[in-house]
Design a protein around this ligand. Structure first.
Ligand code: SF4
Length: 328
């Protein structure tokens, strides 16, 4: 995850909540991609360190556990940069120019010059981030599948050129599709920091209630007496994610018959959101900044050990091991 600052409910439901479950089934590596932040924010780097701390705190608040998973900072594992350089040598330019987000982001972020080598090459860095752990799976949402596909192509190309004792060094990882429910922001569009429509994981109860009060509803329900349709209402979408079946039934019946008002309906979803957020916020408050830094240091140390094991195989396969010590 890039260090973009405090995370919101969309990040939580679309990624973190799934990751928390995965750590009981798999050996997991989760990291904060501070080098990736540079691909778009190279001109002003002042926010990267504080944002990194905020994301790390949100990781821990959500329930990622350093005793179960390796939680680390990308820039503390220099092996990612070495593999990025080597994979960059074999990745055809056309593959990168075809990545959909390359053109899209250049068009959308018009206030930044993204015609840089680093931005064009970020999918190679991403491939390196993945392949260096020789993983079986990459847990991603649907919108990230293209990146994993490119990672697989780069691994395939590497394995065609270089072998170690006749075997492949960089296995092609599979996508582990994580369910990401439709989570609208307060304006009804997808919840996203760039739209300014988010509910943060750190929002206090009164802030959550206030944001919900101003949230858009089914446009057909202009007056209290108009019937509405929860399937056409962003608040209805939030209920589907956060409310138990009994509440959902009350919303369905009450909205369609104009038996309930939107204020009441929003109050119910706020109750359920607060119930989800409270334990997360309590956990967040239990970590000091010093503890977070220690957790990242220790995770980065473990990640370096694993990454170095892969790099030794990569260097051997590429015959980049000339040394007076080994005599080779
Ligand atoms: S009652 Fe609830 S679901 Fe229906 S329009 Fe109002 S906020 Fe949306």
């Amino acid at each position: 995850m890039r260090p973009t600052g405090k995370l919101h409910l969309g990040n939580y439901m679309g990624a973190l909540a799934n990751w928390v479950k995965l750590q009981d089934q798999y050996e997991c590596y989760f990291f904060i991609a501070d080098w990736h932040a540079l691909t778009t924010d190279y001109a002003d780097t002042s926010k990267i360190a504080p944002n990194t701390l905020d994301v790390a705190l949100d990781f821990l608040a959500a329930g990622l556990d350093p005793a179960k998973s390796v939680i680390f900072l990308q820039s503390k594992v220099l092996q990612h940069a070495e593999l990025n350089l080597l994979l960059g040598m074999i990745t055809p330019l056309g593959w990168l120019e075809r990545v959909p987000s390359y053109k899209e982001m250049q068009e959308n972020l018009t206030n930044k010059d993204l015609t840089t080598y680093g931005f064009l090459g970020y999918p190679v860095l991403m491939a390196s981030d993945i392949l260096i752990y020789q993983p079986d799976f990459v847990p991603v949402g649907q919108d990230q599948q293209a990146h994993v596909e490119l990672t697989r192509e780069i691994a395939r190309r590497f394995n065609q050129f270089y072998k170690l004792d006749g075997g492949e060094v960089l296995p092609e990882p599979k996508v582990l599709l994580t369910p990401s429910p439709k989570l609208p922001g307060t304006d009804g569009r997808k919840m996203s920091k760039s739209y300014g429509n988010t509910i943060q994981m750190t929002d206090a109860e009164d802030v959550v209630r206030q944001k919900l009060k101003t949230m858009v509803t089914d446009p057909a329900r202009v007056r209290r007496t108009d019937a509405g349709d929860p399937d056409k209402c962003p608040v209805g979408d939030l209920h589907k994610v956060f409310s138990p079946p009994e509440t959902m039934a009350k919303v369905q019946a009450g909205c369609r018959s104009a038996g309930i008002g939107c204020i009441e309906c929003k109050g119910w979803v706020a109750d359920n959101l607060v119930r989800v957020l409270q334990p997360i916020q309590q956990r967040r408050a239990s970590f000091s900044e010093a503890q977070v830094k220690e957790i990242l240091d220790e995770g980065s140390r473990r990640a370096r050990l694993r990454a170095e094991a892969t790099m030794q195989q990569v260097r051997s396969a590429m015959q980049m091991t000339l040394s007076s010590e080994t005599g080779k």
